[in-house]
Ligand binder design. Sequence first.
Ligand code: HEM
Length: 121
Amino acid sequence: MTYEFYKILHILGLTLTLFGLFGLSSVLWNEATPQAGLRKIWSISHGIGLLMLLVAGFGLAARLGLARQLPSWIYFKLFIWVLLGAMPALIKRQPQKSGLWTLVVFILVLLAVIFAIKKPF
Ligand code: HEM
């Protein structure tokens, strides 16, 4: 698989992940109860998106020749990935803080993008 293929998969994975997270957080922020079917779509989208992000992330690392010794910025991205994975539990546990969780997701994504582009360490 090519570098370009993994990059498209990576961005698509990010889009699906964020669709799941922002869908859930915005409805709970509105103090509404989402339909069960919609919750399921967000949950599947979040799960498949995270899987695509991870697989494509390692695919990109391999294509860039980084797989043998991963640089520190990739470990930071992996940590951000774990946090994005935990977000639905946080949003459901404290829905009254949905606005805060939305901001946290924005900041985590921003950091992950900066790490990929700047590769600071
Ligand atoms: C946690 C959420 C993540 C977000 C928001 C994210 C975002 C991005 C974006 C936007 C790019 C494209 C940057 C560019 O075009 O130069 C990118 C590239 C990349 N990401 Fe991620 N990523 C995430 C997770 C991961 C994970 C978990 C890994 C590793 C397992 C990873 C490894 C990479 C690599 C190796 C690149 C290629 C950098 C390059 O082309 O120079 N990312 N990421």
